[in-house]
Design a protein around this ligand. Structure first.
Ligand SMILES: NC(=O)c1ccc[n+]([C@@H]2O[C@H](COP(=O)([O-])OP(=O)(O)OC[C@H]3O[C@@H](n4cnc5c(N)ncnc54)[C@H](OP(=O)(O)O)[C@@H]3O)[C@@H](O)[C@H]2O)c1
Length: 291
């Protein structure tokens, strides 16, 4: 399949590009800079120059593709305004690609997030995350699932998609620990976050692109729920800094999400799409953090 991908240079996207190429697909990737274009070309994909705000480029990329995978997102979580701008940019970008695919029957696979259900593991049947700082992204995902005449699919990511010790919420905890000299966690740290290795997430994107039905959502969850205090323990040990609870406000706009228990299951995904994660779990991968 000729696939157009956004975010193909990111932690997850670079794994998806390799996975697609390794399974006989051709890949055209959105590249907003010369270095992104070089990285895509070096990986074996064809770069298409432009950013998420270049709606004509996105329409053209989608029009020439047999399938689209959307992953790009501006990750400035420092202020609520920056988060809102990124959500708005993504919504317009996905809307443009969706319009182009409507009526073609082709797949548009968008990244999404696992629902947060404190106290138990969320499932694929549950609605998209609709509260918290990035709740607006759920509307974009819903628009993909509701696309007329196209195969709109959501692959939901857990809070941490990791590779070589970095990535996702846990990667933010590590960066904060490095900057503050303390490996912090909100509350008592017993709240659980799900996780997956980027290489395992990539294989689920390919399976969903190839075979998932219109309007379906899938969970790329390998670790159902890792206690945040256990993550902080490894981060603190690897960085040689103390580990302790910090007030929720210390984590900025993401504090509420960081304090929430949100385990998630992928039993239905594994059974239905035949997805089997094989790469290291989160706590093992965090041992790769360098002081
Ligand atoms: N990692 C996680 O734990 C996790 C968890 C849940 C959901 N997700 C979601 O999964 C997706 C991919 O995450 P990731 O961890 O792979 O992110 P990442 O490593 O930060 O990569 C982001 C990608 O988006 C591209 N991008 C950002 N803004 C762009 C713009 N305005 N125009 C064009 N491209 C743009 C980046 O391009 P450049 O190379 O040019 O910077 C890069 O390819 C995101 O939507 C993210 O929110 C990730």
């Amino acid at each position: 399949m000729r696939v157009f991908i956004t975010g193909g240079t990111g932690l997850i996207g670079s794994a998806v590009v390799a996975e697609l190429l390794g399974h006989g697909h051709t890949v055209h990737g959105l590249a907003r800079s010369g270095s992104a274009a070089e990285a895509l070309a070096a990986a074996g994909a064809e770069p298409i120059r432009g950013g998420l705000a270049d709606l004509d480029t996105l329409r053209e990329g989608a029009a020439h593709a047999e399938g689209v995978i959307h992953l790009a997102f501006g990750h400035d979580f420092t202020t609520p305004g920056a988060i809102a701008a990124a959500i708005e940019e993504e919504s317009a970008a996905v809307g443009a690609m969706g319009q182009e695919l409507a009526g073609t029957g082709r797949p548009l696979v968008t990244v999404a997030g696992t629902p947060a259900v404190p106290g138990r593991a969320s499932t694929e049947n549950e609605p998209q995350l609709a509260s918290g700082p990035v709740a607006g992204r759920a509307l974009t995902v819903q628009s993909v699932l509701a696309l007329e005449g196209a195969r709109g699919i959501a692959v939901r990511m857990p809070r941490t998609v990791h590779d070589n010790g970095s990535g996702g919420f846990t990667g933010i905890l590590t960066r904060m620990a490095r900057a503050a000299g303390v490996a912090g966690y909100p509350g008592d740290g017993s709240q659980r976050w799900p996780a997956v290795h980027a290489l395992d997430a990539a294989s689920l994107f390919r399976l969903a692109l190839e075979s998932a039905a219109r309007g379906t959502a899938w969970h790329a969850v390998a670790d159902e729920g890792v206690a945040v205090a256990d993550m902080a323990e490894v981060i603190g040990r690897r960085l040689q800094v103390p580990v302790r609870s910090l007030p929720e406000e210390a984590f900025g706009p993401l504090g509420v999400a960081f304090a929430t228990d949100q385990p998630s299951s992928s039993a239905y995904t594994r059974e239905t799409l035949g997805w089997t994660p094989t790469h290291p779990g989160l706590l093992e991968d965090l041992e790769n953090i360098q002081p």
